[in-house]
Design a protein around this ligand. Structure first.
Ligand code: EZ4
Ligand code: CO
Length: 410
C-alpha cells in the first residue's frame, strides 16, 4: 500500500490539537497526534515543510523503516518537535496497518494482557474542603485512583488547581494549564511553603478517605534533589502510588540522591522524548514509572522499546494523559497499555464536549478502567468539517516567578 497523501490538520475546539492524517492509494486513512502544548505550530511546520514530502509515494506498511528513516536521515536527532512529528507518522501508519488487518491495534501489538487499564483522575482544591469535594466527585465518576493537587497558603495560583468556574455540566472538574492569549500567564511559587504544606494535605486526605484509595501527586519539576528527598520521606506515612517529577531530571544522576532517602515510588518522564532520556534512571532503577506519552516519545514503535527496556528492571508504564494529548494520542496509549505486560496506570483527563465532536472515539471508561474498544485501527475518526470550525488560537503554558522576581521551573 502506497502513501498517497498526508495532511496536517490544526484544530482548536477546547484547546489546540495537531493531527496528521495519512491516506493510502487503497483509500485507507490513519491518524497520528502531533500536539506539543504551547509550541504547536513548530510541529506543524516540521511535518508540512519537511516530513510530508518524504512520505508521499512511500510504503505505508514499512513502519519501522519509516521511523528509522525519519530519525536518522534528518541528521539532527531527538527533541520534542522532532519526536512529536515522528510519533504522528508512526501512529498513523500503525492505524492504517491495523485497519488493513481488520483488527483493533492492540491485537497487532500482541493482544490484550488485561481486561482494562486502571486510570487516575485529577482531584484538586484551593482548600481542603474543595479538595475533598473534588475527590468525591472523581469517585462518583468511577475513578479508583486519584491524583491530589492542593493550593498552598500564600500562593495565588498554582499548577494543577482547577478554579470553581471550570466545573462542567457533567460535574467534571476541568483544568487546562495552557491559556489562550498573546502572552503566557505568570504564577507565583515558594518551595518552602509547599514543602511544609503538602504533607498536611495528605494526612487530611488519608484521615478522610482511608488507607486503600491509591493517591498520586505531581511536584511538577520544582524541587532540588535534597528538597525532593525530603518531600518523598515526609509523604511515606501516606503511602502514595507515586510522586511525580520531583526534579527537572535532565540531570539523571540527581535521582540517586532522592532514591537514597525515600521509598516513595517515583514517576518521571512526561517531557522526555527518547529512550536516551531514560538510559541511566532505568538502568540504576532510580524510578518506578515511565511517564512518557506516545505523542511525545516517537510514537508506539519507540515508546514500546522504552517500556520493554524498563520492564527488565520491573519499572512500569504511567503514560502521560493530559488534555493536551489528543483523543488520537490517548487511543494510541490505550492500545499500547492494553498489550504490554508492564502496564502500571494511565492518566486520564477527560476532553471537552467540542473535542469529542471533532474526534469520534471508541474507547470506554467503565468502573475505573479504560479500554480502547474493538473498532479496527486506533478507533478514532476525525470529523474534518467539525475540525474546520475551530481555527488555531495562540496559547501558552504559564511560568513561575519567585517572590523576588526570579524565574522558577513551572
Ligand atoms: O503540565 O500536560 O501530569 N500531568 C502534567 C500536565 C502537564 C501538561 C503540560 O503540557 O504535568 O498537566
Ligand atoms: Co505531570
Amino acid at each position: 500500500m502506497i502513501i498517497e497523501q498526508a495532511d496536517v490538520i490544526v484544530t482548536s475546539p477546547d484547546r489546540n490539537f495537531v493531527t496528521l492524517k495519512v491516506t493510502t492509494d487503497e483509500g485507507l486513512t490513519g491518524l497520528g497526534d502531533a500536539t506539543l502544548n504551547g509550541r504547536e505550530l513548530s510541529v506543524v511546520s516540521y511535518l508540512r515543510d519537511h516530513v510530508v514530502p518524504l512520505l508521499i509515494g512511500g510504503d505505508a506498511g514499512a513502519i519501522e523503516d519509516t521511523w528509522q528513516f525519519l530519525y536518522r536521515s534528518a541528521y539532527w536527532r531527538r527533541g520534542p518537535v522532532t519526536m512529536a512529528a515522528i510519533a504522528a507518522v508512526d501512529v498513523a501508519l500503525w492505524d492504517i496497518k491495523a485497519k488493513a488487518a481488520s483488527m483493533p491495534l492492540y491485537e497487532l501489538l500482541g493482544g490484550a494482557s488485561r481486561r482494562g487499564l486502571l486510570a487516575y483522575g485529577h482531584a484538586s482544591g484551593g482548600t481542603l474542603e474543595a479538595l475533598f469535594d473534588s475527590i468525591r466527585e472523581h469517585q462518583e465518576q468511577g475513578f479508583k485512583a486519584i491524583r491530589v493537587q492542593s493550593g498552598v497558603p500564600g500562593l495565588k495560583s498554582i499548577y494543577g488547581i482547577a478554579s470553581d468556574a471550570t466545573y462542567s455540566e457533567g460535574g467534571t472538574q476541568e483544568y487546562e494549564p495552557a491559556q489562550r492569549g498573546a502572552l503566557p500567564h505568570e504564577e507565583d511559587w515558594d518551595t518552602g511553603s509547599y514543602l511544609r504544606h503538602i504533607p498536611t494535605v495528605f494526612e487530611a486526605v488519608r484521615n478522610e478517605f482511608g488507607p486503600e484509595l491509591p493517591l498520586l501527586h505531581d511536584a511538577h519539576h520544582r524541587l532540588s534533589p535534597i528538597q525532593a528527598a525530603r518531600l518523598g520521606r515526609s509523604l511515606e506515612p501516606y503511602d502514595l502510588f507515586w510522586l511525580e517529577d520531583v526534579t527537572p531530571a535532565e540531570n539523571q544522576e540527581a535521582l540517586r540522591l532522592v532514591r537514597r532517602h525515600t521509598t516513595t515510588p517515583l514517576a518521571i518522564g512526561e517531557i522526555f522524548n527518547t529512550v536516551w532520556d531514560y538510559q541511566q534512571i532505568v538502568r540504576e532503577q532510580l524510578i518506578d514509572y515511565v511517564r512518557s506519552s506516545v505523542t511525545h516519545t516517537g510514537g508506539i514503535s519507540h515508546l514500546k522499546k522504552v517500556l520493554d527496556y524498563a520492564a527488565q528492571y520491573q519499572i512500569k508504564s504511567g503514560m502521560h494523559g493530559p488534555t493536551d494529548v489528543s483523543p488520537v494520542g490517548m487511543a494510541a496509549a490505550l492500545h499500547l497499555g492494553l498489550a504490554i505486560h508492564n502496564f502500571g496506570i494511565q492518566e486520564y483527563m477527560q476532553h471537552g464536549a467540542r473535542t469529542n465532536e471533532v474526534f469520534k472515539q471508541s474507547f470506554t471508561f467503565t468502573d475505573g478502567l479504560l479500554h480502547p474498544g474493538n473498532a479496527v485501527g486506533l478507533g478514532v475518526e476525525l470529523d474534518t468539517d467539525e475540525a474546520g470550525k475551530y481555527p488555531y488560537e495562540r496559547a501558552y503554558l504559564p511560568y513561575n516567578r519567585l517572590a523576588d522576581g526570579t524565574v522558577h521551573d513551572w
